[in-house]
Design a protein around this ligand. Sequence first.
Ligand SMILES: [Zn+2]
Length: 120
Amino acid sequence: MNEYNWCHNPDCHKIETQSRVRGTGDNKVLRTMKIKVGRYNYSNGNTPNIYDYFCNQNCLHQFLQKFCVEIANTYSVKQPSETPIKVKTEKYESYRYRWSGNEHIREPYQATRKIIENKA
Ligand SMILES: [Zn+2]
C-alpha cells in the first residue's frame, strides 16, 4: 500500500531544513513534508499512528499549540473520570538524611506506600 499524507502542521513548510527544499534553479521552495502512511507500523496492523499525520514531534506540537483551544473544545472534559481500584498499604524500611552540622547522617525510618492491586 503506497498511501501518503502531507504533514498536518500548517507551518511545516516554513521550517528551514534541507529535506523540505524542492524546485529547480531560482525557483526553490520549502515544501510541506510528505509522509508515507504506516512508516512506523512495525506490527503490520492497521492501527493509525499520530506520525502518519505529522512528520515529527516538532510539527505535532506546533499543531497542538496552534489549535489547542479548538481541540479542547472538540474533545472537552467537563468532569474528571475515575477508575475503580483496590489499594493495599504496605510498610517498608526507608531512609532519610539529616544534617548533623558537619555531615549528612543516614537514618532508617518506617515508611508506607500504597500499592494498586488491581483494576476493576
Ligand atoms: Zn511537518
